[in-house]
Design a protein around this ligand. Structure first.
Ligand code: HEM
Length: 404
């Protein structure tokens, strides 16, 4: 595998690569899937047609990492328990069904007034003389919303937001390097915290998601096919981790794109009815999830490339969203673009279950900021933009904007 000969540089652990991965996707988009050496052979799937083909083919491209029995136990937040994100049918179907009714567009619409209220309060609190920090709102809103859905008291949110940030940034650790102590401490705290929350809801059930999951688990205790105790905890953690950082980064990346394209921001102010399209364009142009991962179950030919069995593959949705074969002038940020089915929220059976919620939170937060601050612009347009420590989940550390 000669990355240099093809002019491919793919190193998600390099801060410079993370700061702007998009030029590095272009050589990948110019040809069939490659197999590169990233601490071991890894499939690189970037073209839109290849990415959608993989995401629709869970039989050949599994979400379950093959494990060598001699490997040490899993150190991640789910401690090896299966979750819907990292499972295949029929397990995936069973787990997903447990919460699918809580994420329907109708259910999510019922939450709209409350989300608006939270956004307004956060913006009021963040406005300082002449400037405000977008990430204060972007960090707080999704975690407060998911905390309410999970029935967790709002005054705990900062604590578990911190743990969840540390856990998410763990994926920036170089393969083969031990995970930092901070990661282990945050993982343990998050697990202990939610193990206690589960017990609290078992004693005192409410109308929240954790109570519903506890009831599904306890009602089927004799039948561990439904959900084991470890899976129950992993399920709650998945909802928190998957829904939190991603939506934060939709809001942050979105405000950055609008700030860097003032004419588009003006257009959106003049035509607020473009907001749903603007949210889709933000997801396409600079999505919070850069890549997901699949593992081949057997040897397979993908787009002309022979991929061996049991190979881990990066399915780079953010590259597919810049594929010129699917999107005209893909590097242009254009909120009035005709929708062309981006894959920022996935595709197929694992399509993001939180999509209606994420879209609504993004639209409300961005809309409320534009409405509240008519002269919004990036405070230091020439300052370096610093990204957080995860390649897979792309988001800003901070984004200061001037408001007058
Ligand atoms: C803009 C924000 C979001 C983005 C960009 C996003 C992106 C994604 C993507 C790409 C997948 C598919 C992963 C794969 O196929 O491997 C996914 C799945 C998932 N998302 Fe989201 N997500 C967002 C918000 C949310 C929210 C708000 C929640 C929940 C509260 C959530 C919960 C989940 C869950 C549970 C899955 C796994 C679904 C399954 O495996 O069937 N996400 N998301």
């Amino acid at each position: 595998m000669n990355q240099a000969a093809e002019n491919i540089y793919f190193n998600p652990w390099d801060p410079a690569f993370r700061a702007n991965p998009y030029p590095h996707y272009q050589p990948l988009l110019a040809g069939p899937p490659r197999i590169l050496d990233l601490f071991g052979a890894t499939g690189m799937v970037a073209r839109y047609t290849d990415v959608t083909a993989v995401l629709r083919d869970h039989a050949h491209f599994s979400s379950v990492r093959p494990r060598d029995p001699s490997e040490p136990p899993n150190e991640g937040p789910f401690a090896g328990a299966r979750t819907m994100l990292f499972s295949d049918p029929p397990m995936h179907t069973r787990l997903r069904r447990l919460v699918s009714r809580d994420f329907t567009p109708r259910r999510i619409r019922e939450m709209e007034p409350r989300i608006r209220e939270i956004a307004k309060n956060l913006i009021d609190a963040a406005a300082r003389k002449g400037e405000f920090e977008v990430m204060r709102i972007a960090n707080a809103l999704p975690v407060m919303v998911i905390a309410e859905m999970l029935g967790v008291p709002p005054d705990h949110y900062e604590q578990f937001k911190h743990w969840s940030d540390v856990v998410v940034s763990g994926d920036n650790t170089l393969p083969g390097t031990p995970l930092p102590d901070e990661f282990h401490a945050a993982t343990k705290s998050l697990r202990d915290y939610f193990a206690e929350e589960i017990e609290r809801r078992r004693r005192n059930p409410g109308a929240d998601l954790v109570s519903a999951l506890v009831a599904a688990h306890d009602g089927a205790e004799a039948n561990t096919e439904i959900m084991t105790a470890d899976e129950l905890l992993a399920f709650v953690l998945l909802l928190l981790l998957a829904g939190n950082e991603t939506t934060t980064n939709l809001i942050g990346n979105g405000m950055l794109a609008l700030g860097q394209h003032p004419a588009q921001m003006d257009l959106l102010r003049q035509h607020p009815e473009l907001m749903p399209r603007a949210v889709e364009e933000i997801l396409r142009y600079d999505g919070p999830v850069q890549s997901t991962i699949r593992f081949t179950t057997e040897a397979v030919n993908l787009g002309g490339t022979a991929i061996p069995a049991n190979l881990g593959c990066f399915i780079i949705v953010a590259a597919a969203n810049r594929d010129p074969a699917q999107f005209a002038d893909p590097d242009r940020f254009d909120i009035s673009r005709e929708p062309r089915d981006h894959v920022a929220l996935g595709e197929g059976i694992h399509f993001c279950i939180g999509a209606p919620l994420a879209r609504m939170e993004g639209a409300i937060a961005i809309g409320a900021m534009l409405e509240r601050f008519p002269r919004l612009r990036i405070k230091n347009p020439n300052a370096e933009i610093v990204y957080k420590g995860s390649y897979f989940l792309r988001g800003l550390n901070s984004l200061s904007m001037s408001i007058d």
